[in-house]
Design a protein around this ligand. Structure first.
Ligand code: AMP
Length: 425
């Protein structure tokens, strides 16, 4: 029997790793520019972290968590998202006592028991930021600026940035009353999930994909029209800064997000180009009460996460190439006889010590087939090891792209070896 990876999981290798590295490196460059530092949290947490953080009535907590009991009977859960863990870590390590805001970024695998389809996995990678301890709308716009810049640097041009406000606790409560009384006569026509949501988490009805439910709420009052004066002033300021930053956005009054912790500003970035139903590339929002709810000090905060796998899908679809930071020069060393392994080793060692990536043929094969392999695998340079080269210590290095060649004397100084390679690029 051939074993396969579990449903909804992927092996990431080959070209996808290059796309992934490119996305991560571009994002890391930006995080540095915006003064965020990295945090790595565990892949699993006490289940309570997510129950309390994300909210017990959300789809994620109710249906999608990988929860297990360990050998000591503790309930643990593979993280379905990054924010709750980061918040737990900020409080546990009292990061706020050093400086505020606490500005962190993370990169990691997330786990959700969802129905897999193109762009939707059970294990997927996200990268995200959390800025904790600032209430000013300026930071909302700045966080959105980072999100926007990540995709801009990758080369996406047709994305839509949607913004909304889900209000503070008070105005949301008032709105929910209005919304519930509007839809009350139709409750029996909702799908089974929305019937439950009506009682537990009515805002989530806006995320339902069932046509009948969508129709019922089409003309309903939207939260954006019902937020209080403070929440309105806040979101309008965010919009003002976004305009100053030259970032295109539009207000989407029915936008909601899958976590209960959000307050005020929320946002999502989508691509209509993504050839899958799953068109959201990233999203986030404010969570002004979460840190206090977890037992920390009052720390209004905001963050976002983007999906790395979906970003790769879109890059591939749009034929966007990754720029690699790898040294382009990579030499293929061909062995023409069994007795040349020692010299092969000497040459590879010398090149690697000089930061020139290289590989060796491992097996003795005819010269022509080795050249073919080197071209196929994208090597820029080719070095064959034969009797003459061993005698003189001088090797012909062929540049496979430019069809030129130069001589490499392995007894030369390191400086000269690097220089001679680099000048042939
Ligand atoms: P969320 O944490 O749900 O706000 O999602 C943030 C981003 O992560 C989304 O916009 C997607 O790009 C990505 N994402 C969320 N869920 C999945 C999934 N099941 N598979 C792949 N990517 C996902």
């Amino acid at each position: 029997m051939v074993l396969s990876s579990p449903r909804g999981t992927n092996d990431v290798f080959g070209e996808d790793i290059k796309y992934r590295d490119f996305i991560i490196n571009s994002a890391k460059d930006l995080f540095r520019l915006f003064n965020y530092s990295e945090i790595i949290t565990p892949a699993f947490e006490h289940t309570e972290v997510f129950d309390r953080g994300i909210g017990k009535s959300t789809d994620i907590v109710k249906k999608e968590m990988y929860t297990f009991t360990d050998k000591k009977g503790r309930s643990l859960t593979l993280r379905p998202e990054g924010t709750a863990s980061v918040v737990r870590a900020i409080i546990e390590h009292k990061m706020y006592s050093e400086k505020i805001p606490v500005k962190l970024f993370y990169i990691g695998n997330m786990f959700r028991y969802e129905r897999p389809q193109k762009g939707r996995m059970r294990e997927f990678s996200q990268l995200g930021v959390e800025a904790a301890g600032v209430a000013e709308p300026f930071i909302d716009a700045e966080v959105i600026w980072i999100l926007n810049s990540i995709f801009d640097r990758i080369g996406f041009r047709n994305l839509k940035l949607m913004i909304n406000s889900v209000g503070c606790e008070k105005c949301r409560r008032d709105y929910i009353r209005v919304f519930k009384s509007y839809i009350k006569p139709e409750v029996e026509s909702f799908c089974p999930d929305c019937k439950v949501r009506y009682d537990t988490n009515p805002l989530r009805i806006f995320d339902c994909k069932v046509e009948q439910c969508k129709k019922i709420i089409e003309g309903s009052p939207k939260i954006y029209q019902h937020i209080c004066a403070d929440c309105r002033e806040h979101i309008l300021k965010v919009c003002h800064y976004l305009e100053k930053m030259g970032i295109n956005y539009f207000i989407k009054e029915e936008l909601v997000r899958g976590f209960d912790y959000y307050t005020g500003t929320i946002f999502e970035i989508i691509s209509d180009d993504l050839e899958s139903v799953q068109n959201a590339l990233g999203g986030g929002g404010r969570y002004d009460n979460l840190i206090a709810q977890f037992g920390g000090p009052p720390m209004p905060s905001i963050g976002f996460a983007i999906g790395i796998d979906r970003t790769i899908l879109l890059m591939r679809q749009l034929n966007i190439k990754y720029l690699t930071k790898e040294l382009k020069s990579a030499a293929y060393i061909a062995l023409l006889s069994d007795k040349f392994y020692d010299t092969g080793l000497k040459v590879t060692k010398l090149l690697r010590e000089n930061n020139i990536p290289c590989d060796i043929s491992y097996k003795v094969r005819p010269l022509s087939s080795q050249i073919k392999t080197a071209v196929r695998d994208g090597f820029s340079h080719f070095i064959a090891i034969g009797d003459d080269e061993i005698k003189t210590g001088v090797f012909n290095v062929k540049n496979l792209e430019k069809h030129t060649q130069f001589k490499l004397n392995i007894n030369d100084s390191s400086k000269n070896i690097s220089a001679v390679f680099r000048s042939s690029l």
